[in-house]
Design a protein around this ligand. Structure first.
Ligand SMILES: [Zn+2]
Length: 221
């Protein structure tokens, strides 16, 4: 049984739809379980194990409650179909956002990408923020599995280091989208009106972003 949580309010945006991320999970009733536990494994994803007497309709609230933990745990599970083997980074790679090539050989590639994102993506995001007058508490780099960006209730914006592989106009869209969440903690009509003021082509950019995950090479996961 697969359930999804409809995202009423969530600071987390889905890679492909731009909507609040839905968490898919299955529920397993265990006669031996004494309490509710959450398990994450690559083939099954998130499994919520509940004791027999536990009411299933309480599960969505538990999952929503643990959303941050779940998101972090899921981000450590490789996306299906992508294997690290045979997916080696090239010696150097051209990144659109800083607009230059960087050597990639020899290091832990994910740490390398994080450092590039810290050095180039974060200052760039601050420039975009300064243009809008919207100020987050800070920009942080993450390597989420399925989110381009998120905005926390403490006004911290997390940006996915894989944004390095996107065209700057799409990175800009993601940054503006998250900045708008500082004022609108949802995807209401007012949120989209604010975003459209900052990015008149936001709807087109949002559509374009859905396909943009294919721009991320497998060695970046
Ligand atoms: Zn959003």
């Amino acid at each position: 049984m697969v359930n999804t949580i409809p995202g009423v309010f969530s600071p987390l945006d889905d890679f492909t739809t731009g909507k609040p991320a839905q968490i898919e999970y299955s529920v397993r009733v265990s006669p031996r379980a004494k309490r509710v536990t959450l398990k994450i494994s690559p083939p099954d994803g998130l499994v919520v194990v509940i004791p027999r007497a536990f009411k299933k309709d309480k599960v969505p609230a538990i999952v929503e409650d643990r959303r941050h933990w779940i998101e972090r745990a899921l981000s450590k599970v490789l996306p299906a179909g992508i294997s690290k083997e045979g997916a080696l980074p090239p010696g150097s790679f051209f990144f659109a956002l800083p607009g230059k090539s960087f050597g990639l050989a020899g290091d832990d590639i994910l740490l390398h990408l994080r450092a590039l994102a810290e050095d180039h993506l974060v200052p760039w995001a601050w420039k975009v923020a300064n243009e809008t007058g919207l100020r987050p508490e800070r920009f942080s780099i993450r390597n989420q599995k399925s989110l381009w960006g998120s905005c926390s209730s403490k006004n911290r914006i997390n940006l996915n280091q894989k944004l390095l592989f996107l065209e700057p106009h799409l990175v800009r869209y993601v940054v503006l989208h998250e900045l708008c969440h500082l004022e609108h903690r949802n995807h209401s009509a007012r949120f989209w009106t604010s975003l459209r003021d900052l990015d008149p082509f936001c709807c087109a950019h949002r559509r374009e972003l859905r396909a943009a995950q294919w721009a991320v090479p497998s060695w970046a996961y």
